[in-house]
Design a protein around this ligand. Structure first.
Ligand code: UT7
Length: 327
C-alpha cells in the first residue's frame, strides 16, 4: 500500500469584505452581538464570482505551492454546498479552467465536513495505487444561498475556497482519516435546491432555496462530535493530544472551539482560529485554515496536526496528518 502526503496548499477569498457593522444595516444585529456569540468580525462576500472561480484560484495556488503542473493531477474532488450548477460538476469546470486534462473530476456534498470527506475518498484512490496525485478543493459562495433577512444565519457565513494537493508515494503524511454521517438529524441544517413543480404538481408557495438551521442543535452536535472525533483518531493511532501541534476545527463559531478546549482540558493555543476574518465558509474553512498555517510558516516538517469537520448531513470526521512540506 502507498503512503499519502500533502505536497501543496492554496486558498482564495473574494476581495470584497463585509463587516459586522455593514450587516447591522441589513438585519437587526450588532458588531458586539456577533463577536460575543460567534467570534466573527468580518467575512468575504462575492461580487459576482461563482464557486468555480474561487475554486480555480485556490487550485492554481495549490499547484504552484506543490510545484507541479495541472497535467500531473489525475483526480479532482470538489466539496461544496453551493456548486455553480446541477450539471456539470463544479470540479469539472475547475478541471477545464486549470487544464488538468488527465484527471477524473467530481463533486461531493458533505456540507462543512466536505474537505474531510474529500480527503477520505482521495485516500482510497491513492492508497490502492489507482491514482497518483489528487487535488482536493473545498469551495463555497454561500452568499448566494443565504437568507439575507434571517439574522440567525446570515451573520455566520462567508465565501471562499481552499485546496490541497495529495501525492501517493513512500512518505507518510496523511496518517489517518475517519468520517461519518447521522442522516437521522439531517433536518437540523438544510438548503433546498428547486421545488418539485411539474405538470402533476404546482409546488409549494413558501418554497425558499436558502439555508435554514437549528443553531442550538448544531452547536451541541458540533461540540460532541469534535470531542468524539479527536479522541477516536488519537486512540486509533496511539497518540495523545500532547503529541499534536495544532487542531484545526471547521471554523464555525469561536464558542464551539472554546467548549471543545474546555471539555478536552486542552491548551487553547493548540486550536487554530481564523474564523474572525472569514466567518463560516463551510467546506472551504479547514482548507483555508490549513493554507494560512502553511503560508505563515506555522508548521514544520514532522508536526502532527488534526483536522476536524462537522456540519450539514449531519456529517463529521477528522484526519491526523504529519506535516511534510519543507519550506
Ligand atoms: O457549519 C455548521 C453551521 N452551523 C453552526 O455552526 C451553527 C452552530 N450554532 C451557533 O453558532 C449558535 O447557535 C448561533 C450563533 C447560531 C446562535 O447563538 P446562540 O447563542 O445559540 O443564540 P440563540 O439562537 O439562543 O439566540 C439568543 C438570542 C435570541 O433572542 P431572545 O429569544 O433571547 O430574545 C435571538 O433572537 O439572540 C437573538 N439573536 C440575535 N440577536 C442579535 C439571534 N441572532 C441574532 C443576531 N443579532 N444576529
Amino acid at each position: 500500500m502507498n503512503e499519502v502526503q500533502i505536497i501543496g496548499t492554496g486558498s482564495y477569498a473574494p476581495l470584497n469584505i463585509m463587516t459586522n457593522k455593514q450587516l447591522s444595516e441589513i438585519v437587526e444585529t450588532s458588531d458586539e452581538w456577533i463577536i460575543s456569540r460567534t467570534g466573527i468580525k468580518q467575512r468575504h462576500i462575492s461580487q459576482g464570482e461563482n464557486t468555480s472561480d474561487l475554486a480555480t484560484e485556490a487550485a492554481l495556488e495549490a499547484l504552484k505551492d506543490a510545484n507541479i503542473k495541472a497535467e500531473d493531477i489525475d483526480l479532482i474532488i470538489l466539496a461544496s454546498t453551493s456548486p455553480d450548477q446541477f450539471v456539470p460538476a463544479t470540479a469539472c469546470i475547475v478541471q477545464g479552467n486549470i487544464g488538468a486534462v488527465n484527471a477524473m473530476a467530481f463533486d461531493i456534498s458533505a456540507a462543512c465536513t466536505g474537505f474531510i470527506f474529500g480527503l477520505n475518498i482521495a485516500m482510497q484512490f491513492l492508497k490502492t495505487g489507482n491514482r497518483k496525485r489528487a487535488l482536493i478543493i473545498g469551495a463555497e459562495v454561500l452568499s448566494k444561498i443565504v437568507d439575507w433577512t434571517d439574522r440567525n444565519t446570515c451573520i455566520l457565513f462567508g465565501d471562499g475556497a481552499g485546496a490541497a494537493v495529495l501525492e501517493a508515494g513512500s512518505t507518510r503524511g496523511v496518517i489517518s482519516v475517519d468520517s461519518a454521517s447521522e442522516g437521522q438529524k439531517s433536518h437540523f441544517l438544510t438548503c433546498p435546491t428547486v421545488d418539485v413543480k411539474n405538470t402533476f404538481t404546482s409546488g409549494n408557495e413558501d418554497f425558499k432555496a436558502t439555508i435554514s438551521m437549528d443553531g442550538k442543535e448544531i452547536f451541541k452536535f458540533a461540540v460532541n462530535t469534535i470531542v468524539k472525533s479527536i479522541n477516536k483518531i488519537l486512540t486509533d493511532n496511539n497518540y495523545t493530544l500532547e503529541d499534536i501541534k495544532y487542531v484545526v476545527c471547521h471554523q464555525a463559531n469561536f464558542r464551539i472551539i472554546d467548549f471543545v478546549v474546555k471539555r478536552l482540558k486542552a491548551d487553547k493555543n493548540k486550536f487554530f482560529v481564523n474564523l474572525d476574518k472569514y466567518g463560516n465558509t463551510s467546506a472551504a474553512s479547514i482548507a483555508i485554515a490549513l493554507d494560512e498555517m502553511n503560508k505563515t510558516n506555522l508548521l514544520t516538517v514532522g508536526d502532527k496536526i488534526i483536522l476536524v469537520g462537522f456540519g450539514g448531513g449531519l456529517t463529521y470526521g477528522a484526519s491526523l496528518i504529519e506535516w511534510t512540506i519543507n519550506k
